[in-house]
Design a protein around this ligand. Structure first.
Ligand code: APR
Ligand code: PHB
Length: 391
């Protein structure tokens, strides 16, 4: 097999990249470890930045998100038993975010990709990258009982944090910057109408909590827990009881309950590799960086990377110049670090740290008071939350 760009992974990064390349007339093959059913049903976050939705419209995959996505013009920050609203439309030039589950995005992108007749090779086992420093790199893998070799000009490593792309870069080339957090999130899906039309981020002395949603009938709720929390210690009634405590307000606001249909614990880390390129291998999305979920930037940052990569590849194939490809890593990293900063900042602002230092608790509350009382501070939150502009 031969193609121009071999894409490893059919997550948001790989699928968006394939559609962007297709629009530029650049051929690609996607090599994916799992089945279509698996990638289309994996429960992840569900918040799309303004620009992510716009890109879906431009790529012709915005039909369902326009109908079923829930536009949100603000969020609530709840602390000291009171809620305060941050109004995005007012503070971020009319922009909003959209609630739409990541696996629904995956369904839309995969359907559009397959409709072009270009391949996604599902259940491709043991993918390995070769000759990434040469003019003609290639990928080998096992697919449908056959050992395959895919020759290409470039490889896009879009295979997530646990993929093989980053691990294929020779030792000494990449520098890792990382930070672990001493907590995780216990996330549930519940068949319960969301108790609020907008997301609620709670600072509470028992720990952080978040109310989100998937539809007018389905709530998505998270509560801060230990990073290695044992789910068997969390029967449904304990989850509801803890959520009620953290969401409680002075004026008797009530969380709506309903049957819990899904439960999982997510760890939290901040992680970046530099550079995001080695020879003809370009890393994008979670393969290159991880953000903690506070602010839901993971998918959106993956999309930002592949926009840069597609433009650079387009420039290369139309002009023969590798100039933009050479700048790929530096261009992406400017945004990556700003989004890292924002995700870290939201995380440290809202969570309870195990040392429970009273100074830090007071400082967090002062930060929240300032944030919700100052237009300048609210505006900074709003412009980061809806997504920084692309320059
Ligand atoms: N070979 C082929 N495919 C692989 C391999 C491999 N060795 N390892 C992983 N993959 C596939 C996974 O099955 C998955 O479909 O790569 C894809 C990576 O997708 P994501 O993990 O979703 O990563 P990315 O596309 O960068 O999206 C980042 O999505 O999941 C969220 O938290 C994440 O929101 C962030 C965003
Ligand atoms: C989600 O709906 O899954 C979600 C929303 C906002 C976040 C994180 C996750 O900050």
């Amino acid at each position: 097999m031969r193609t121009q760009v071999a894409i490893i992974g059919a997550g948001p990064a790989g699928l968006f990249l394939s559609l962007l390349l297709d629009r530029l007339g650049i051929a690609s093959v996607i090599v994916e470890l799992h089945t279509r059913d698996y990638i289309e049903n994996r429960v992840r976050a569900g918040l799309l930045e303004y620009h992510t939705v716009q890109l879906m419209q431009e790529l012709g995959v915005g039909g369902r998100v326009a109908l079923e996505g829930l536009e949100h013009g603000g969020i609530e920050l709840r602390f000291n038993g009171r809620g305060r609203r941050i109004d995005f439309r007012d503070l971020a030039a009319g922009k909003c975010v959209t609630i739409y589950a990541q696996h629904e995005v995956i369904k839309d992108l995969a359907a559009a990709r397959l409709a072009t007749g270009k391949p996604i090779l599902f259940e491709a086992r043991n993918a390995q990258l070769h000759a990434i420093d040469a003019e003609r790199p290639y990928v080998t893998f096992h697919h449908n009982g056959v050992d395959e070799r895919l020759d290409c000009d470039f490889i896009a490593g879009c295979d997530g944090f646990h993929g093989i792309s980053r691990a294929s870069v020779p030792a000494g080339v990449l520098t890792v910057y990382e930070r672990d957090y001493p907590f995780g999130w216990l996330g549930i899906l519940a068949q319960a109408p969301p108790a609020s039309q907008e997301l609620i981020y709670v600072h509470h002395h028992r720990g952080f909590a978040l109310l989100s949603m998937r539809s007018p009938e389905i709530s998505r709720l998270y509560l801060q827990c230990a990073p290695d929390e044992d789910l068997s210690l969390w029967p449904d009634d304990r989850i509801w009881s803890e959520l009620h405590k953290r969401f409680a307000t002075d004026d008797g606001w009530k969380l709506t309950e309903g049957p819990i249909t899904q439960k999982a614990v997510t760890g939290m880390r901040s992680f970046v590799v530099e550079p995001m390129q080695a020879g003809r291998l370009f890393l994008a999305g979670d393969a290159a960086h991880i953000v903690p979920p506070t602010g839901a930037k993971g998918l959106n940052l993956a999309v930002a990377d592949v926009r840069v990569l597609a433009a650079a590849l387009g420039h290369f194939y139309s002009s023969g110049s590798p100039a933009l490809l050479a700048q790929y890593s530096a261009t992406c990293l400017r945004r990556v670090w700003k989004v890292q900063r924002f995700s870290w900042w939201m995380t440290q602002l809202l969570h309870r740290f195990p040392d429970n230092n009273p100074f830090d608790q007071r400082r967090q509350l002062a930060d929240l008071d300032y944030l919700t009382g100052s237009r300048a501070a609210s505006q900074s939150l709003a412009e980061n939350y809806v997504g920084l502009p692309f320059r």
